[in-house]
Design a protein. Sequence first.
Length: 70
Amino acid sequence: MVPPTRLDYIGEMIDALKKLIEAAKTANPSEEHREEQRRSFVYGNTHFENALITREMVDREAEKLAKEEK
C-alpha cells in the first residue's frame, strides 16, 4: 500500500472546505447572531490596532448607536 502524500492530504482538505462553503451558503443567521458577529468583527479589527479597546467598549458603543437609530 502506498502511503498518502501531502497532495492527497491537501486534496482532502479542499474537498472538506468545499462542503463547508456549500453548507454556509444555506445558513440563515438570526438578527441576534448577525449582531454578535458584527461586534466580534469590530472588536477584532479595532483591538488589533489599539490594545486598549475592550469588548465592553464595543458593546457600549453599539448600544449607543442602536438607541440613536430608533
